[in-house]
Design a protein around this ligand. Structure first.
Ligand code: SF4
Ligand code: SF4
Length: 56
């Protein structure tokens, strides 16, 4: 189970620095999570102001 960013993402960037393995990057005006790097810690989900990040 990894975390995913939904279309609700407003590309604010708040989640970037929360990720301990730098699995979050920008693509096409939104943030995306690299599923092969994500360790499912949940830290990014706690930082998102629009609750766009959840377990897949
Ligand atoms: S769940 Fe943890 S490891 Fe996965 S993208 Fe979010 S902060 Fe990074
Ligand atoms: S914190 Fe939420 S809204 Fe901001 S870039 Fe990350 S996923 Fe998108």
């Amino acid at each position: 189970m990894v975390y995913k960013i939904s279309d609700d993402c407003i590309n604010c960037g708040a989640c970037d620095s929360s990720c301990p393995v730098e699995a979050i990057s920008e693509a096409d005006g939104k943030r995306v999570i690299d599923a092969s790097s994500c360790i499912s810690c949940g830290a990014c989900a706690d930082t998102c102001p629009v609750s766009a990040i959840s377990e897949d």
